[in-house]
Design a protein around this ligand. Structure first.
Ligand code: MN
Ligand code: MN
Length: 298
């Protein structure tokens, strides 16, 4: 039996959040020039999202080269982007928990040394999106992604996957692997999903690096600690960074709550290979995927 369609009742808000996230992604890509301070790029992206009336759904992830994901600058990060860096700009925005998640990769300075890696994830993302059908198999999307990346002589990253998105939940129950043979799931009409191929010239596996300054509440901390309760009211269980704390009291509350927080390590390509990523948030429509994370005016 085909499961009933499950469109969110406020689908317009999901569309709007995705447009804002896509515009923020494009801003981040434009700001990623040689000599730019990566903290400034992250903060510009995040304040752009707030200026559009949304909230960042997670800190702007600016992972570069063999860092595949989950790096955001902390307040002390003074690092500059260098020409030739392969920078992933992974951006999230939400409107009352209607979450969008989108990413692209830029070779800083406009070089073409890693153009095949960037093309591979663009082609894989297009192929993956085109393979989505309501009632269709997740595995068909995974197969299309892996084929497109391997056609470029590159390797899909096995350990990182796309995912379904629920209100205030970035990684909901369903994973969308970047290689076939790992999922028995099917798509349901009305679902919001993120498709995010990663390609590398390394081995295609990820290991944990150092703390990437990203955390999230594992659960509601309750009302005993009012500062903490207010922080949970802002972030819910979505990822955030201590850079967003507005006062020494908030920083202290996060320090006290350490055990209640999940910390994310930076994901590093295990062989030191460089990694490209492209990601769209899409709606599973009546006949296929509709990309939501398209910039405004396109
Ligand atoms: Mn994602
Ligand atoms: Mn993402």
């Amino acid at each position: 039996m085909t499961p009933a369609a499950r469109y969110p009742p406020d689908l317009d808000r999901w569309r709007e959040a995705a447009t804002i996230a896509a515009d923020a992604r494009e801003l981040g890509l434009r700001l990623a020039v040689p000599g730019a301070r990566r903290r400034d790029v992250a903060e510009a992206v995040e304040s752009y999202i707030r200026g559009r009336g949304a909230q960042p759904a997670f800190p702007a992830n600016l992972s570069r080269n063999a860092e595949a994901a989950h790096y955001t600058p902390d307040a002390a990060d003074a690092a500059l982007l260098d020409a030739g860096d392969l920078l992933k700009v992974d951006v999230g925005a939400h409107l009352d928990g209607a979450v969008a998640d989108t990413a692209d990769t830029v070779e800083v300075g406009g070089g073409r040394r890693y153009a095949h890696l960037v093309s591979a994830v663009h082609e894989a993302l297009a192929a993956g999106v085109a393979a989505v059908r309501p009632g269709g198999r997740v595995d068909d999307v995974s197969g299309a992604i892996a084929r497109a990346i391997r056609a470029r002589g590159l390797t899909p990253v096995v350990d990182l996957t796309g995912h379904s998105i629920d209100r205030y939940v970035l990684h909901a129950g369903k994973s969308i692997p970047n290689v076939p043979g790992m999922s028995d799931a099917t798509f349901v009409e009305g679902e919001i999903i993120a498709i995010e191929p990663f390609a590398t010239n390394g081995v295609g596996h990820i290991g944990n690096g150092p703390f990437g300054h990203i955390q999230r509440f594992r659960r509601d901390p309750g009302t005993d600690d009012p500062v903490l309760a207010a922080l949970f009211g802002r972030f819910h269980t979505l990822p955030f960074t201590a850079r967003w704390a507005n006062s020494p009291e908030e920083r202290a509350a996060l320090e006290r709550a350490r055990r209640n927080l999940q910390s994310y390590p930076v994901f590093l390509e295990r062989a030191g290979g460089w990694v490209a990523q492209a990601e769209h948030t899409v709606l599973v429509g009546p006949s296929g995927a509709e990309i939501l994370s398209t910039p405004s005016g396109r």
